[in-house]
Every structure is written in C-alpha cells, then in structure tokens.
Design a protein around this ligand. Structure first.
Ligand code: NAD
Ligand code: AHE
Ligand code: ZN
Ligand code: ZN
Length: 369
C-alpha cells in the first residue's frame, strides 16, 4: 500500500515528505495506522548522523500511537481496530532478559532492529523500488508502519492517541526512571539536569514519589516556569555561577543529592550529575544519549566513596505488560500529559518540530497525519 511518510534520506538533511510503499505484514508482524507521533531528541540525534546505529534512508519516529489495520500470520494478541503504542523496547516474555526479572531490555528483535530491519532481516518500506530502513522497530513518521507483534502495547480502546503517544517514549522514560531505576522514596532529594520532555517527566515522577527537594537545572532559563509548574522546588542555571554546577548543588543540599538524572546526552554534564550526588549513597541515573565516540569520565574515588552510576532505557518499563497501566494512569489524571504538548503540527511540517526543539522553544510537538 501507499503511505505518506517523512523520510530521512541522509544525515543532517531535512526530512522529505514522500509517498512510500509499505508491504503487507509478514509472520508475527502487524500493520499499524499511526494517527499521532511525538518528536523526541533521539530522532534528532539519529538524523544528525551521531548515532552509530543510524542507517539511511529511513523512516524515523518512535513516540507514536495508532490503530491496528492488519495482522500477519500467527499474530494472536492483536486484531484490526485495536489501539496500540509501538515499543522500541520489545517484550517477548520468553527471552533470557524478559524472564530475568532484572531488566526491561528484551533482546528478541534488538539485533535486527538496530540495523533498521524487521526480524526476518528485510524491510517493509520502499521508495521508487529501493528499500527504506526501519528505525527503533517503530518508524512512527509514516502514516502506515509495520511493527513486530511483540513491539506493540495494546491500550485502552478509548485512549486519546493525540496525547498518550507521548507514553511511547519521553514521559514513560522520565517517570519510569524515577520509580523503576532510581526507586526514589518520600523525602529524597533529586537533581534533574536538562528540562526537555525527559527531564520534566523525571520531575513529574519525583513529585509522584513524594521527593523532597527537586532541583531543576538547565542552561535555558525559559524552561524554568514549566519545571516549577511540574513541581520543581529550585531552578538553577549553570550560567549564573562561576564554579562547577556540581559544587553549586552540593552546597545547596548539605553534601549532595540522593539522586540525580542526566536528561541531556552531554558527557560532561553526566560527570557533574554523578559528582553532585551525596557521598556514601547518592545515585546518578544516565538517561541522555551521547554520540558515537563519546565517553564518560570521573575520578574512581567518586565511586569508591559510595556514589553510583546507573543507566535507564525506556524508564525500565516493560512495554506490553506495564504501558497499558500507564495509559490508564494518564486517562485517570495520575499522569499529566497536557503540559508536555507545546506544539501540534501536521506531518507536512515535521521539520519545524525539529527546529523548535533545537531552538529550545518546544517540549514536545505532536505530529498528526
Ligand atoms: P530536549 O532537547 O527536549 O531537552 C534537553 C534539555 O537539555 C533542553 O532543555 C536544553 O536546554 C538542556 N541542556 C542542553 N545542554 C545543557 C547543559 N549543558 N546543561 C544543562 N541543560 C542543558 O531533549 P529530550 O527529548 O528531553 O531528550 C533528552 C535526552 O534524553 C536526549 O539525549 C535523548 O536522546 C535522551 N533520551 C533517552 C531515553 C532513554 O530511554 N534513555 C529516552 C528518551 C530520550
Ligand atoms: N543507537 C544508540 C543508542 C540509542 C539509545 O541509547 N537509545 C535508548 C532509547 S532513546 C529513546 O529516545 C535505549 O533505549 N537504548 C537501549 C537500546 O536497546 O537501544 C547507540 O549508541 O548505538
Ligand atoms: Zn525518545
Ligand atoms: Zn524478551
């Protein structure tokens, strides 16, 4: 079938809106009509060429919501008409990772997914007869996409897709990192570096966890109003100080925070986020994604003296079993999605969403088809 899609033809180039061909779903696959998708910084990261897994031409996008149109052979858990959120972290339920009870990082389709291919090693997308690659197993920047059955969360049939699409990445990542990775407890102090969609979701999670101090840190002071509305107790701009930001946070908190979250993808800030944690127990969660060749550094003494570095992918959330509950939370008002949606645009204007993000003017732009 034909589908309108925003195709990334090469690194650093604007997306092009073209009509691609989408082949029928094969065994274990599902054809989904995407109605809405957010634009996450990770899409911009891959488009920039910094992603070691970036392949072109590709249909990017991983923060979508849609409706099942057709199922391939052997698909039993989904039917046409079901509302779904595509998952870049699958949940097969049977692999070593899924059964470990220790991680959400199902590996059933991760190998082919990282190469821009469906699990059978081929693509369902083509343009002028040439293959177009998939992205993160989701490719939500296309009106029609093909996704593995194990990479789809079936959600409430009445869920507002124009909002809950944000649970496909940003909001789930931030809230999940607080509860599943850090396990923040009432009264804990928290520092959040970077106040985009991810950092603001961390703040929302920290409020849910009844954290004490929530210190919001960004070099763009225009982000502070929303951070405060979300529940930040303090806002700090590193540009206002002539000493390292970790020293500022340590001085504010009688020795450092219980938890910090890096939500930028800057390896220097990752060091600051670790070093602003309290001696003996402070934990720093890396959420930001850094480019090829980037490495983190600190003095080993920072770890010897009890600080801990952890990472978090998709907030540690198992998509098929846990995301439907988070959709219910959003529908019941326990998760607030509206504050994240600063802009709405049609697919044809998707490049403006990237510009707004780079200019620091948006939190999330929701694209409609
Ligand atoms: P965003 O661009 O909306 O927000 C980033 C924020 O960081 C902006 O407010 C910006 O002003 C701020 N910032 C930039 N440099 C800074 C600095 N030196 N000090 C303080 N603040 C600074 O991005 P986003 O969509 O919120 O994504 C944030 C990061 O999280 C990205 O790296 C993205 O790839 C990553 N991410 C990771 C996961 C995961 O599962 N681990 C999921 C989603 C996104
Ligand atoms: N492809 C990159 C890594 C990108 C990355 O870390 N992705 C995050 C999700 S970002 C969503 O906005 C993630 O979940 N990683 C775990 C995984 O399995 O990809 C690289 O460096 O190669
Ligand atoms: Zn994302
Ligand atoms: Zn699995």
């Amino acid at each position: 079938m034909k589908s309108r899609a925003a195709v990334a033809f090469g690194p650093g180039k604007p997306l092009e809106i073209v009509e691609i061909d989408v082949a029928a779903p094969q065994k274990g696959e599902v054809l989904v009509k995407i109605t809405h998708t957010g634009v996450c910084h990770t899409d911009a990261f891959t488009l920039s060429g910094d992603d070691p897994e970036g392949v072109f031409p590709a249909v990017l996008g991983h923060e979508g919501g849609g409706v099942v149109v057709e199922v391939g052979e052997g698909v039993t858990s989904l039917s046409p008409g079901d509302r779904v959120i595509p998952l870049y972290t699958a949940e097969c339920g049977v692999c070593k990772f899924c059964t470990s009870g220790k991680t959400n990082l199902c590996q059933a389709v991760r190998g082919t997914q990282g190469k821009g291919l469906m699990p059978d090693g081929t693509t369902r997308f083509s343009y002028n007869g040439k293959p177009v690659y998939h992205y993160m197993g989701t490719s939500t920047f296309s009106e029609y996409t093909v996704v593995a059955e194990i990479s789809l969360a079936k959600i409430n049939p009445h869920a507002p897709l124009d909002k809950v699409c944000l649970l496909g990445c940003g909001v789930t990542t931030g809230i999940g990192a607080v509860h599943n990775t850090a396990k923040v407890k009432p009264g804990d102090s928290v520092a959040v570096f970077g106040l985009g969609g991810i950092g603001l979701a961390v703040i929302q999670g920290a409020v849910q966890a009844k954290a004490g101090r929530i210190i919001a840190i960004d070099t763009n002071a225009e982000k502070f109003a929303l951070a405060q509305e979300m529940g930040a107790t303090d806002c700090v701009n590193p540009k206002d100080y002539d000493k390292p930001i970790q020293d500022v946070v340590v001085a504010m908190t009688d020795g450092g925070v219980d938890f910090s979250f890096e939500c930028i993808g800057n390896v220097d800030v990752m060091r600051s986020a670790l070093e602003c944690c309290h001696k003996g127990w402070g934990e720093s969660i890396i959420i930001g994604v850094a480019g090829a060749g980037q490495e983190i550094r600190t003095r080993p003494f920072q770890l010897v003296t009890g600080r801990v570095w952890r990472g978090s992918a998709f907030g540690g959330v198992k998509g098929r079993s846990q995301l439907p509950g988070m959709v219910e939370d959003a529908m019941a008002g326990r998760i607030h999605l509206d504050p994240f949606i600063t802009h709405r645009l049609p697919l044809e204007r998707i490049n403006e969403a990237f510009e707004l993000m780079h200019e620091g003017k948006s939190i999330r732009t929701v694209i409609h088809f």
